[in-house]
Design a protein around this ligand. Structure first.
Ligand code: NAP
Length: 314
């Protein structure tokens, strides 16, 4: 059987081979071939592309492509580079990944809430000092973005006892979580969030959202956790707020440029924890199962899963 599904990626050959293996296992009845192995004569056979950071020029070579399925949850680059092609884009929505991200949000909220950066400094200074304890119920955590990842994180933070505020574009309700939306709602959330967790997609509207003016709305000594995309926060403005001691600490998993350049000030800033984009790695087996399920449904019923709204950017 000639393959109708291509994996189009900029991964290393080794990583591609691992993905081809799990995708092949999950799809069973349909072979998946690497774009790198296709000949020009077989481009027209492909109707579905599974993609991971693809070169849009390669996708443009597939004349009969009906839709693309991203292996990643974040599709900002794909939308920017390929959104105008008019081909529907499906992103990865995987409950396993939402759970992993929620776990990260809780872990690093605890890190800030229990003042671990301060105790690490005390240890380096051989200083024996006990800081006052505040119960989780007294601490307000704001979650920006109440989508697949943000809502799961907000619920887990709430179940851990924190007072949780959530922010989204459209109105949302969630049990025991105070929700806000739109720009007016953002001001309310920022002025009250002692710990702010960022789980927004990067779109024209959210790029640079957290600039000097908005960072200044946070309570003094607030902590920030960015697990979404670097450019949501203006890096220089964040550094200035940290230098001035207005913010307690920033936990950053994502950056304007990744890997984070060795000369970045974030590496050595005493109020910053740098993570190498690991808050929610794509789980290979369950991601492949999700992709396979969506493709099987398309083959059976000709219906697509929810697609990315290119105009909205997510
Ligand atoms: P999602 O399901 O699309 O949810 C996005 C949320 O953000 C929605 O609640 C949406 O509001 C809100 N939003 C979007 N634009 C907004 C705006 N202008 N103002 C207010 N709220 C806005 O996305 P997700 O699956 O939760 O993923 C979020 C992001 O996490 C991804 O885009 C990706 O960049 C990042 N991510 C990071 C990692 C990592 O390892 N660090 C892993 C996976 C994903 P509505 O509900 O009103 O639409």
């Amino acid at each position: 059987m000639r393959p109708h599904i291509a994996l189009v990626s900029e991964m290393t050959d080794t990583d591609e081979a691992l993905w081809l293996q799990v995708l092949g296992d999950a799809l069973r009845q349909e072979p998946v071939v690497s774009f790198r192995r296709l000949t020009a004569e077989s481009y027209a056979d492909i109707d579905i592309a599974i993609v991971a950071g693809p070169n849009p020029d390669n996708l443009a070579k597939l004349p009969n492509l009906k839709w693309v399925h991203s292996l990643w949850a974040g599709v900002e680059r794909l939308v920017a580079e390929y959104g105008n092609a008019g081909i529907p884009i499906v992103r990865l929505v995987d409950p396993r990944m939402s759970k992993t991200m929620a776990e990260s949000a809780l872990a690093w909220t605890y890190y800030l809430f229990r003042q671990m950066p301060t105790y690490a400094t005390f240890q380096r200074e051989r200083r024996w000092e006990q800081l006052p304890y505040r119960p989780a119920e007294d601490v307000t955590v704001g979650v920006l973005g109440l989508g697949e990842l943000g809502l799961t994180a907000a619920k887990l933070l709430r179940s851990a006892g924190f007072d949780v505020l959530g922010w989204s574009r459209s109105p949302k309700t969630a049990h025991d979580i105070e929700t806000h939306h739109g720009m007016d709602g953002l001001e309310t959330v920022l002025t009250r969030s002692e710990i702010l967790v960022c789980l927004l997609p990067l779109t024209p509207e959210t790029r640079g959202l957290l600039n000097a003016e908005r960072l200044a709305l946070l309570p003094r000594d607030a902590g920030i956790i960015n697990f979404a995309r670097g450019p949501l926060i203006v890096a220089d403005d964040l550094l200035k707020a940290l230098d001035a001691g207005n913010l307690y600490h920033a936990v950053l998993d994502v950056f304007d440029v990744e890997p984070l350049p060795r000369d970045s000030r974030f590496w050595s800033h005493p109020r910053v924890s740098v993570l190498p984009h690991i808050s929610a790695p794509t789980p290979r087996e369950s991601a492949a199962e999700t992709v396979a399920r969506n493709i099987r449904q398309y083959r059976r019923k000709h219906t697509l899963p929810v697609t990315v709204d290119v105009a909205r950017g997510y």
